[in-house]
Design a protein around this ligand. Structure first.
Ligand code: PBG
Length: 319
């Protein structure tokens, strides 16, 4: 006997069963997943139990003795969630867009981004960069932050610091480092908005996608994509995609000191970007305004910056 396909028998996530949100297990990742869950519940008038968090440990959380760049790159943040998404164990995965590789497997799609938070870096351990003592030890794992700090203060002793936000703050409190830089967005989401001082984006243009939370799902999962699109902030989405397009053209990875930030103004985007030598001794920056639908503009900016760079700086980007 042939089975008659009954579409109502396919359990609808969020309706017949909870929508499963995959997340890393760090306190910041969990806070971001909670924000996503809240947004879904509000947008769809669900009850709280229609969304379920599925936390997992990422390789990036396990490897703490090396910089991410040396250990295998940004994939270390997404590998476990990717596998789980592909296996159908979760319906979508919540990420800090800053940690998501520029080129992603074709089967995944960023279906939504929450409204972007504070884009700035916050200095913890001193009032401002000038107030740091001569030769002070500053902890960061970011080539961008290191280069931008050294550009301003080449006497600083920049050393690798790894671990989640709480771990880093504990290391400063213990005197292992005089100071560190952390994303304001992360501190704010952890309720630590009273810690540290914002560094202006003139001095330190943030990392591409800093402050943005993205939710990925399977490209083919149209029902999930629809549920997610209802919580997406289109201005954030367009801005972050422009920043990522800039990165893609540079073929930058997490070794590369790169900063970029875009803002949407009506039908226009304004993209500011900067590339630096790792020791901060050279930086090239510029900004461009372009129409939202001009998808090539970020790549043009990348090439114009490279065109003005020294041979040494070009080489950082494999040119
Ligand atoms: N690489 C770690 C990471 N990824 C995203 C954030 C902060 C949250 C955000 O930028 O949205 C952080 C911590 C930090 O840079 O201090």
């Amino acid at each position: 006997m042939t089975k008659i396909h009954d579409p109502s028998s396919a359990a609808k996530p969020g309706i017949d069963r909870p929508l499963r949100l995959g997340t890393r297990q760090s306190p910041l990742a969990l806070a971001q997943a909670e924000m996503t869950a809240k947004a879904l519940v509000a947008a769809h008038r669900w009850s709280a139990d229609q969304v379920e968090l599925v936390p997992m440990i990422a390789s990036g959380d396990r490897i703490l003795d090396r910089s991410l760049a040396d250990a295998g790159g940004k994939a270390l943040w997404t590998k476990e969630l990717d596998r789980s998404l592909a296996a159908g164990e979760i319906d979508c995965a919540v990420h800090s867009m800053k940690d998501v590789e520029t080129i992603r497997p074709e089967e995944f799609v960023v279906a939504a981004m929450l409204e972007r938070a504070d884009i700035h870096d916050r200095l913890v351990g001193a009032e401002n960069i000038d107030a740091l003592p001569h030769g002070a030890i500053v902890g960061t794992a970011s080539p961008r932050r290191k280069a931008q700090l050294l550009r301003q203060r080449d006497d600083l002793d920049i050393r690798l610091i790894r671990g989640n936000v709480q771990t880093r703050l504990a290391k400063i409190a213990a005197g292992e480092y005089a100071a560190s830089l952390l994303a304001a967005a992360g501190l704010d989401r952890l309720g630590m908005d009273d810690i540290g001082t914002d560094i202006s984006d003139e001095l330190m243009l943030p990392a591409p996608a800093q402050g943005a939370i993205g939710i990925e799902t399977l490209r083919e999962a149209q029902a999930i994509r629809d549920l997610l699109s209802d919580i997406s902030c289109s201005a954030t989405f367009q801005a972050v995609m422009a920043e990522r397009a800039f990165l893609a053209e540079l073929t930058a990875d997490c070794h590369s000191p790169v900063a970029a930030n875009a803002v949407v103004q009506d039908t226009q985007l304004c993209l500011r970007a900067e590339i630096l030598l790792p020791d901060g001794s050279e930086s090239v920056s510029d900004s461009v305004e372009f129409a939202n639908d001009d998808k090539q503009a970020p790549a043009r900016l990348a090439n114009s910056l490279l065109g003005r760079a020294s041979a040494e700086l070009k080489a950082v980007f494999g040119r």
